[in-house]
Design a protein around this ligand. Structure first.
Ligand SMILES: CCCCCCCCCCCCC[C@H](O)CC(=O)SCCNC(=O)CCNC(=O)[C@H](O)C(C)(C)COP(=O)(O)OP(=O)(O)OC[C@H]1O[C@@H](n2cnc3c(N)ncnc32)[C@H](O)[C@@H]1OP(=O)(O)O
Ligand SMILES: NC(=O)c1ccc[n+]([C@@H]2O[C@H](COP(=O)([O-])OP(=O)(O)OC[C@H]3O[C@@H](n4cnc5c(N)ncnc54)[C@H](O)[C@@H]3O)[C@@H](O)[C@H]2O)c1
Length: 311
């Protein structure tokens, strides 16, 4: 056990040294994903500014990061409370909060966008940031489903644009998909690959193809799950139990949908339905639409397919 912790801490400190070219990171969007991305960068020794629309949201993100860092610190420094405390304090001290994206990107080396899954909104954000961010700054989107090339269209820096697709919960999930568009320069690609390692992730590379790797395979599975439910063939609970115990998944599809957020899931499906109207996979999902209309967005609102205790 002691050895495992020593190895983990060594990995963390050596990974923090890999990437010297990216020291100042700005994460736009302080929701589920933005807070996780900001956390892994801060705990890896980088200066991070987290930006959202209002002060309450960034403060909520800061609290979520603090709670999550405590879990990480406990695991890394189980036998050494002083080191755990230092890790927490140092990581939190690297985190800044902002509600002004244009000001925040002024000193950035990397901007990672993790805002709502809507093409126009992402394009508008990047269009504005492109005029104020330093020339060397790399722009990245954490989109689950939108074409990186179409988001990058809003900027004059396609050579410094990539997709960086993290997985939820970011502090736990080991994978980072790096999406290259044809214009992405080798230098940009190499720097973000190094950066991904510096924040402790295993990187895989994918072209700018719908769903990249994971969601190309995951979304049809999720869609089939909801069709099974809507046909009345099985309950959500039994489908979840079946996939956990029969396929070894850590969460069933409905637990995962609640975890991801039903609003985000709806945006993903609507975006693809618009782009691929002939594909029956993306036909409207009445159950999903009803839950979102009722404000039941999953764990984050306390109810989705299941009910949760509010934190
Ligand atoms: C109606 C619908 C129509 C269909 C629509 C389809 C829509 C599209 C859907 C696709 C969406 C794609 C979204 C995105 O683009 C891609 C994704 O991110 S997909 C999601 C990927 N994630 C998963 O699959 C998560 C699977 N779940 C798990 O791995 C685990 O359940 C869990 C979340 C890690 C929790 O594990 P548990 O064992 O249940 O809980 P514990 O609390 O004991 O945690 C275990 C372990 O992890 C540590 N930990 C957990 N959370 C955090 C955290 N936030 N920060 C830090 N650490 C954390 C915890 O401390 C434990 O550590 P240990 O004690 O074991 O050392
Ligand atoms: N939820 C997941 O499991 C998951 C996994 C991987 C990728 N993603 C992607 O990450 C992105 C964010 O998803 P999320 O789940 O964190 O969403 P979320 O709803 O939890 O958070 C989005 C945040 O963005 C903020 N925001 C919206 N517009 C903004 C703007 N113009 N400027 C600044 N902040 C703004 C919102 O206030 C909100 O706090 C989406 O593109 C999503 O597809 C989500």
């Amino acid at each position: 056990m002691r050895l495992a912790h020593a190895t983990l801490s060594r990995k963390l400190s050596s990974s923090a040294c890999i990437n010297q070219s990216i020291k100042n990171v700005v994460v736009i969007g302080g929701g589920l994903m933005g807070s996780g991305i900001a956390q892994v960068a801060a705990q890896s020794g980088q200066n991070v500014t987290i930006v959202d629309l209002d002060r309450k949201v960034v403060e909520k993100a800061q609290n979520a990061i603090n709670t999550s860092l405590q879990r990480v610190a406990k695991k890394l420094f189980k036998d050494d409370l002083a080191k755990a405390d230092k890790f927490l304090t140092n990581s939190m001290s690297r985190l800044m909060l902002s509600t002004n994206p244009e000001e925040a990107v002024g000193q950035s080396d990397l901007v990672v966008e993790a805002i709502v899954e809507k093409l126009r909104i992402k394009q508008n954000l990047f269009k504005t940031l492109d005029t104020v961010a330093p020339t060397h700054t790399i722009f990245a989107s954490n989109t689950s489903s939108l074409p990186i090339g179409e988001i990058a269209e809003a900027t004059q820096r396609k050579d410094r644009f990539v997709g960086l697709h993290f997985f939820n919960p970011v502090p736990v999930m080991k994978l980072l998909e790096v999406i290259r568009i044809p214009e992405t320069s080798d230098d940009t690609y190499n720097r973000v690959m190094d950066w991904g390692k510096s924040v402790g992730k295993q990187t895989v590379t994918c072209k700018d193809t719908p769903g990249f790797i994971v969601n190309r395979l995951l979304v049809p599975y999720m869609m089939e799950s909801v069709r099974l439910l809507e046909r009345g063939d099985a309950t959500a609970r039994d489908i979840d139990t079946a996939m956990k115990l029969g396929a070894g998944y850590p969460m069933g599809p409905f637990e995962l949908l609640d975890y991801v957020g039903l609003d985000t899931s709806k945006f993903i499906i609507e975006g693809w339905a618009e782009k691929f109207p002939e594909n029956p996979l993306f036909k409207p999902v009445p159950t999903l639409n009803r839950l979102v209309e009722e404000g039941k967005l999953g764990m984050k609102t306390g109810e989705g397919f299941y009910k949760y205790q509010k934190k």
